[in-house]
Design a protein around this ligand. Structure first.
Ligand SMILES: NC(=O)c1ccc[n+]([C@@H]2O[C@H](COP(=O)([O-])OP(=O)(O)OC[C@H]3O[C@@H](n4cnc5c(N)ncnc54)[C@H](OP(=O)(O)O)[C@@H]3O)[C@@H](O)[C@H]2O)c1
Length: 457
């Protein structure tokens, strides 16, 4: 089935498009409902990992009577919530006309497999991801679908986990349910890309934010990068942070900018608006200052305190810390600060973090969708080693004729024994360039945002 583009006003302002061809007016009924499920799922990015973002709707008599999404890891799955809320809605309608019959009332957050309440014949279920058919943190969703009386199910995409893929669909079909797979598949694939990458590689999906001048600099010749872009673009960056599980930065940026790396959304109303993603600093020698604003932010918070749900953490990933007391001091500051050791690269005089092991460590911490907000050194190294999946490039209409290049060929760190002069790029030609696919472009205030997918080479 083709997967047309839809521009949805109910999506966050930073997710303007759901797919890549066509317009909202060309959507079929099924596509339109699935697009709403996808938009609902996007609202909970950042709170469901390591689970996938999933949305679901129940349709009765042609009307969407329930639209729900999986909201947090360990919480109920989207289809279970949607069926529960649809039953509630129907019970309320019944109550309004027959006040003596309250037996149909089912709490959407407390629906159990023992319920004998069913949806009317003709009820339909839309889900962005194949329902699970095995016991995980919650019982299988296929079970609740079968007991709900639903006979028609629309699924956007199959479970990317090869252990489960297709099993839920097969089980439903074996029980006489008519299942259509592939409605808005392209948009759902984009929604699910972080989860799918985690399953396939045990590393998180990485999207990099780069703000640069028109002539390609991310900081001026004094090292100042505040501010390259205007206020609307910076507000957009906060929306990007809000949707990430974690922000990954380099020690260079912490030392240069002393950024607090929290989320300040002023214009968007979303569930859990004040939630902050966790912060991860790539810091080979554990030089992160105790007095830095990001450390102080977490030092002043205990579990459950702070803005949002208070579950975010500060992780400092070190390789060979030269300053053991510093590691201890940081670890002792708060239960929400943790210093973790990862492997270093063996091929340089002065060690730097092994990026693959760093990313595997980040994935093990439960993060699927990570925003890279670092300077040219870490961003270029990540790109060079093919770890970046998407780039959000903000281009400011400014020329500064010098400064820090947005991207540069990664140089090994200098050791005092063998100082090196910068080497010209070796072996990179137009023929073997990293190629990007432009997904969207738009104006945000005076700045231009280009969103690219990065192809694996
Ligand atoms: N315009 C923008 O979008 C933007 C965004 C962020 C920052 N900035 C600017 O960027 C500048 C800082 O950039 P930066 O390049 O110095 O710092 P950076 O990229 O943020 O951090 C680089 C540091 O990460 C650490 N690192 C650990 N393992 C690494 C690896 N395998 N490869 C590469 N780095 C690794 C290294 O420090 P150790 O080895 O010592 O641990 C390295 O020096 C500031 O001026 C800041 O304002 C601009």
């Amino acid at each position: 089935m083709n997967s047309p583009m839809v521009v949805l006003p109910q999506l966050f302002n930073h997710i303007s498009t759901v797919s890549t061809a066509g317009t909202a007016s060309t959507l079929s009924r099924e596509e339109h409902i699935m697009a709403r499920c996808i938009a609902e799922a996007y609202k909970y990015r950042g709170t469901v990992s390591p689970n996938p973002c999933v949305g679901a709707a129940v349709v009765v008599d042609g009307k969407v009577i329930a639209l729900e999404a999986h909201q947090r890891c360990g919480g109920l799955h989207a289809e279970r919530l949607a069926i529960g809320s649809a039953l509630n809605r129907l019970a309320e309608t019944t109550d309004a006309t027959n006040t003596t019959d309250a037996t149909n009332t089912t709490d959407a957050t407390n629906i159990t497999d023992a319920t004998n309440t069913t949806l009317p014949a003709g009820g339909e279920l839309f889900i962005t991801l194949e329902p699970c058919s095995t016991h995980g943190r919650t019982p299988p969703c296929t079970h609740i679908i079968l007991s709900s009386g639903i006979k028609r199910v629309y699924v956007a995409i199959l479970d990317p986990n090869p252990l489960h893929s297709g099993r839920g669909i097969e089980l439903l079909r074996n029980h006489g349910i008519h299942v259509t797979v592939g409605v808005m598949a392209e948009s759902a694939t984009t929604l699910l890309a972080p989860f799918a990458k985690g399953i396939a590689t045990q590393t998180p999906y990485i999207f990099a934010k780069i703000a640069q001048t028109l002539d390609g600099y991310t900081a001026d010749s004094f090292g100042t990068s505040k501010w390259i872009t205007g206020l609307p673009a910076r507000e957009h960056v906060h929306a990007l942070r809000h949707g990430a599980d974690a922000i990954l930065t380099g020690i260079g940026s912490i030392l240069a900018d002393d950024s607090i790396l929290d989320t300040r959304l002023h214009t968007t109303t979303t569930p859990n608006q004040h939630r902050n993603p966790s912060v991860i600093i790539a810091d080979t020698h554990c030089r992160t200052p105790l007095s830095s604003r990001v450390v102080q932010r977490y030092a002043s918070q205990r579990d459950g305190s702070g803005n949002g749900d208070g579950t975010d953490m500060l992780y400092i990933l070190t390789g060979e810390p030269q300053n053991a007391p510093q590691v201890q001091k940081l670890n002792n500051l708060s239960s929400r600060i943790a210093v973790i050791t990862v492997d270093t690269k063996a091929d340089t005089h002065t060690p730097r973090l092994n990026l693959l092991h760093m990313l595997q460590t980040i994935h093990k911490l439960g993060f699927n969708n990570v925003m890279l907000e670092a300077g040219a050194t870490l961003t270029s190294a990540m790109l060079h080693e093919n770890h970046i999946d998407a780039i959000h490039m903000f281009i400011a209409p400014k020329l500064i004729f010098g400064g820090t290049n947005a991207l540069q060929i990664p140089q090994p760190p200098q050791s005092p024994q063998s100082p090196q002069s910068p080497q010209p790029p070796q072996g990179i030609t137009l023929g073997n360039a990293t190629t990007l696919q432009l997904k969207h472009s738009r104006q945000i205030g005076d700045d231009t945002l280009l969103e690219f997918n990065v192809f694996r080479t």
